[in-house]
Design a binder for this molecule. Structure first.
Ligand code: ADP
Length: 307
């Protein structure tokens, strides 16, 4: 694939820690401006995958290209094109918000070639992450949510082409979360490609164009929330009341069922509700199906060994 069409390309990525295989063949791509959410149970290998893409961890095998470069050999110029939101910068507690961001912005200045977009103006950056009122505060005086916003500001200060966000809104209140989502949409509109991990499936659905589910060392699902729901052909739940009595029914064809219901009861129907499967339902169904498949395979293997 041409470099301009794909920002991230991962082929048969494998990672082994000691004798444990954590990634056994991960494949995916991300295109410019795409927001991709990497989901999966704890311990599935999400952080490992992201750290390999960031160039912080050496892979065991497979091909990886990040902005056209193998991260195992990425130089400073390449690194300046990436944004990484790490956990809080605890060792900078005595710095003030504006001071730190101005300082970090300077690191990007030598890399501001035509390839690199203009770094953020510090005050604008502080405003978009919602820290204007706290710009002159020392970092160790910020609340947990404010620190996380600062982490995001640090991650995007060089206006990266590709941004990695690991659990970006952990500890945010609903308002901060909403503002952060607006910021992600804005960055994506400016053609920043974003790979994020989150345990909040509602957030994944709101932010991501595509969802990847990592389980058992591979990507078991790759698609939009609607595509994944269609693939699982999950049922919708229909609730209604007739003569004060409440009914619930699960069906693949909610529209047909509701049509029939009205045919039968007409105006007697009240409080009609149709709830489609949420991404959480689909995700749980996929991971469970995968795990039960794996259990079946293990049982078969055990049966063969003990035969
Ligand atoms: P996730 O981010 O999906 O929760 P991780 O990538 O953090 O998963 O971890 C995947 C697995 O690899 C876990 O079982 C974890 O214990 C193991 N692991 C992670 N880092 C190391 C390491 N440096 N050495 C050995 N095992 C590790």
């Amino acid at each position: 694939m041409a470099e301009e069409d794909v920002v991230l390309e991962v082929r048969d990525l494998r990672m082994r820690y000691g004798t444990t295989d954590v990634l056994t063949g991960v494949d995916f791509v991300a295109r410019p401006g795409e927001v991709v959410a990497l989901l999966g149970p704890n311990g599935a290998g999400k952080t490992t995958t992201i750290e390999i893409l960031e160039g912080f961890r050496m892979r065991s095998a497979g091909e990886v290209s990040v902005l056209g470069v193998d991260p195992a050999h990425g130089d400073e110029n390449w690194r300046a094109r990436l944004g990484v939101v790490l956990q809080s910068w605890r060792d900078h507690g005595r710095w003030r918000v504006r001071e730190l961001l101005e300082h970090l912005g300077l690191y990007y200045a030598p890399y501001s070639t035509t390839r690199i977009r203009r770094p953020w103006d510090v005050d604008e950056l502080i405003r978009v992450v919602g820290l204007t009122e706290h710009a002159d505060k020392k970092i160790n005086r910020l609340s947990g949510g404010q620190r996380r916003r600062l982490d995001v500001a640090i991650g995007i200060v060089g206006r990266p082409e590709l941004l990695f966000l690991d659990e970006p809104t952990a500890g945010f209140d609903p308002e901060a979360r909403r503002e952060f989502h607006d910021l992600v949409h804005r960055l994506a509109d400016e053609d920043t490609t974003i790979l994020l991990t989150t345990h909040d499936l509602d957030e994944a659905e709101k932010l991501a164009d595509r969802l990847l589910i990592l389980a058992g060392g591979t990507i078991i699902a790759d698609g939009s929330a609607e595509e994944l729901a269609r693939r699982m052909s999950t049922e919708a739940e229909v609730k209604w009341t007739v003569d004060g009595q409440r009914f619930v029914h699960s069906t693949h064809d909610a529209t047909g069922f509701v049509r029939e219901l009205f045919g039968k009861h007409d105006t007697a129907i009240a409080d009609l509700e149709v709830r489609r499967a949420s991404l959480e339902d689909v995700y749980m169904a996929m991971v469970r199906q995968f795990e039960s498949g794996r259990t079946d395979a293990a049982v078969r293997q055990f049966a063969e060994v003990t035969r």
